[in-house]
Design a protein around this ligand. Structure first.
Ligand code: ADP
Length: 728
């Protein structure tokens, strides 16, 4: 339903009651109070007039009416004239209290509750009225006042006299009239209270919805900001592992840049949260800010020089000893300077200047002659996650959080930050801080310490422009060279890369990304050592270990198991199955290298055992039984073909059921000799045996041990035993 002129009246009321910056809720409350005051005052004034005409003899009723009119009318005048900021609860309570007391007196004067003409219910209306504006305590207080007046009126009743004018007819008429308006007002107050509650609930629901939307937006922003660098990092690692020669250098540079972007992002987010939660303590000190800023600017000099940007510092005067928060000031200037240097083109200019204005404020200005920021973006650049991005002149890495954090930090120091920019000509950020001088004095050593501590913050943002130091990364799978061959079995590519970087100088590396691949590559390459994760897809590390240790072709290879935590269960399982060592992630480079090296000692033991050709009877030792078997088998086959000069490694492979590489590598690992060498030595030893123990001639002995060429036999025999065969 539309009441004509209602909107205009409403606007007018709003105008006369509001003050600049008043919130909606307070205005709504004030309006209800004001309108109710107008209605009640008018109502009471009219009634008083009416009573004066109808019951002129009832003086007390007229005085009472005039008093109430007076009390309620101040509810109309007071808010307009004084325009208080909020609702003055105490003032309202005094009003209501005065009305309650006046009502009580009127009731006594009229002869007590039965002759009150319904005035006894006025107090009840006050209670309902208070619901709209006050706190619960105020409503309860006014209710108590009401109850006390009713009890007192009841208690005084026997001592009261009823004035002669108060006839039953007058009383009942007054009852009817008063009850009508009182109940009308009470109903109106309760209804307005209910509708206000409903409205508040709606507002709350809207607020929650807005909050929810803001959260979703923040989430989307955050995930986006994380995903971009993560995607690049992931992509680069893949490229590096596929085409190391082509991608190693560039890939690593990109990974490094993007990790520092992520780190920056996380740091900024944490700082922002801390500032907002009020968890960022402000430790003001008094010191020479000009000198301090000089230290900070100096930290950027090499960066600026690297980009051929002229970095100029122009301090005001010589000294400016004012209060400041060194760490926050450092972050503020670092962010502004980082941006300025990031966006400014080579041979540009970045200027930092300070000003002490009227000794009241301290001003820091960071200006550049870069691309600037266009007008449409200017109002938003301090917003979280706001980046000018592709539409701007240059696309630069960033989180869009730097300026948001900067603004919060400036606020924390009671300052302000502003930006001016002419697109194409540059941007200038001005921080204005109050120049107070109350904090404790700081000595310059501490300043140096702080700048030193924070200097690490700087390079992150610039890696790309800086030119990445060309670091030699893992070169994936190499096969040539003298270094021992290490097989890494690990599904996490980052861990693989990390491991590679740790061992690349000492080992040649092969990589498998799950247990199955691990077994395959172990069989194909027969590495000198295997470094394997436990938890892996397709086939886990324990199952792989089992297969490797049970297979004669790979059983000799020492295996180091890696796992996320030193979890005893898998440790025992691993060791039972023959893992040679166990390493808990995360580990240090040294730890890993020591562990790997200790396995080299195991190899020494193996060599001592298997290298000698002469001794065929090996001491029984459980840990060696598998390799003993292997060596016995090899020797048996070799012995059986002693006289066959055509017997070669190929035939041995067939007998043993191993590939040439497998046999070669395993044999070499155990004995540190090649099969050919070993076979020849074995033959020579047999020939010596024949010469010593039998009557066979040199040529016969040579022939029986597969040497067809006698002079060759004599030559190698002499090399081996330092004696001519004929001398034996
Ligand atoms: P970012 O990490 O992306 O640099 P900031 O909050 O520090 O985030 O900056 C927000 C945006 O403001 C930047 O993306 C950039 O577009 C713009 N901006 C900030 N400083 C400069 C500057 N000195 N010159 C040009 N643009 C700037």
């Amino acid at each position: 339903m539309k009441i004509p002129g209602f909107h205009k009246a409403d606007q007018w009321i709003s105008r006369i009651l509001s003050y600049p910056g008043m919130d909606k809720d307070t205005l709504a409350q004030k309006k209800i109070y004001w309108i109710a005051s107008v209605a009640v005052t008018t109502m009471i004034f009219c009634l008083t007039l009416t009573y004066h005409i109808i019951f002129p003899q009832l003086r007390i009723l007229i005085y009472y009416g005039l008093f109430l009119t007076l009390v309620f009318s101040q509810g109309i005048i007071f808010p307009i004239v004084l325009r208080p900021r909020g609702m003055n609860t105490l003032w309202m309570f005094i009003d209501q209290f005065l009305v309650a007391v006046a009502t009580f007196i009127a009731i006594l004067k009229m002869g007590g509750i039965p002759y009150s003409g319904g005035l006894i219910f006025v107090g009840l209306a006050l209670v309902f009225f208070s619901l709209n504006f006050w706190k619960r305590t105020a409503t309860i207080s006014i209710y108590i006042v009401y109850v006390v007046t009713v009890i007192l009126a009841g208690a005084f009743h026997p001592y009261l006299t009823v004035p002669p004018e108060m006839t039953p007819a007058v009383n009942i008429s007054l009852y009817v009239i008063n009850l009508l308006w009182i109940s009308g007002f009470a109903t109106a107050f309760v209804l307005s209270f209910i509708s206000r509650r409903v409205k508040m609930e709606q507002l709350e629901a809207e607020r929650l919805k807005e909050l929810d939307e803001a959260k979703t937006k923040l989430y989307t922003n955050i995930t986006h900001e994380f995903r971009t660098p993560l995607t690049i990092i992931k992509g680069m690692t893949e490229l590096i592992s596929e085409k190391p020669d082509q991608w190693l250098e560039e890939g690593l540079a990109k990974i490094e840049l993007n990790t520092s972007i992520l780190l920056n992002l996380v740091n900024h987010m944490l700082d922002l949260t801390r500032v907002e939660a009020g968890a960022m303590p402000v430790k003001m000190v008094r010191g020479d800010v000009n000198l301090y800023i000089k230290c900070i600017v100096e930290l950027f000099e090499s960066l600026a020089a690297g980009k051929q940007i002229r970095l100029v510092y122009k301090p005001c005067g010589r000294e400016a000893v004012v209060d400041h928060e060194p760490e926050k000031l450092m972050q503020i200037i670092t962010n502004l300077l980082s941006n300025a240097l990031k966006f400014t083109q080579p041979s540009g200019r970045v200027e930092v200047c300070t000003k002490l204005k009227d000794d009241q404020t301290f001003e820091i200005r960071v200006a550049d002659n870069g691309p600037g920021i266009s007008e449409e973006h200017l109002p938003h650049i301090f917003d979280r996650f706001y980046r000018v991005g592709e539409s701007g002149s240059v696309t630069m890495p960033g989180s869009g959080l730097g300026l948001a954090l900067t603004r919060e930090l400036v606020k924390l120091m009671q300052g302000t930050i502003d930006v001016e920019s002419v697109p194409g000509e540059g941007a200038a950020f001005t921080v204005v801080l109050p120049a107070t001088r109350t904090a404790p004095l700081i000595d310059m050593h501490e300043v140096a310490e702080i700048t030193g501590r924070f200097s690490e913050m700087i390079p992150g943002k610039f890696r790309r422009e800086d030119g990445v130091p060309s670091r030699k990364g893992p070169s994936g799978e190499k096969t040539s060279g003298e270094k021992p061959l290490l097989l890494i079995v690990e599904d996490n590519k980052d861990v693989v890369q990390y491991l590679c970087s740790l061992v690349e100088n000492e080992y040649e590396v092969k990589v498998a990304y799950d247990g199955k691949q691990g077994v395959e590559k172990a069989l194909a390459f027969v590495p000198d050592i295997i470094l394997s994760d436990v938890m892996m897809p397709v086939m886990d590390g324990i199952a792989m270990l089992d297969r490797i240790k049970k297979d004669i072709r790979t059983s000799h290879i020492p295996v180091v198991m890696l796992t996320a935590k030193a979890d005893i269960g898998s440790r025992l399982e691993g060791l039972e199955r023959g893992a040679d060592a166990y390493l808990a992630k995360p580990f240090h480079r040294k730890e890993l290298l020591v562990q790997l090296k200790s396995l080299v000692d195991i190899r020494k033991k193996l060599r001592e055992r298997y290298a000698p050709v002469s001794d065929l009877i090996l001491p029984q030792e459980l840990e060696f039984h598998r390799e003993d078997d292997f060596m016995q088998r090899i020797r048996k086959v070799m012995m059986a073909h002693m006289d066959d000069d055509g017997f070669d490694i190929q035939m041995l492979c067939r007998h043993i059921a191993m590939s040439r590489t497998q046999l070669y590598r395993k044999f070499r690992y155990l004995t540190d000799r090649t099969i050919k060498e070993y076979l020849r030595t074995l033959r020579l030893h047999k020939a010596r045996e024949l010469l010593l123990d039998t009557d066979l001639s040199v040529s016969e002995a040579a022939y029986r041990t597969g040497f067809k060429n006698i002079s060759h036999f004599s030559k190698v025999f002499k090399e081996e035993f330092h004696i001519n065969p004929s001398e034996l």
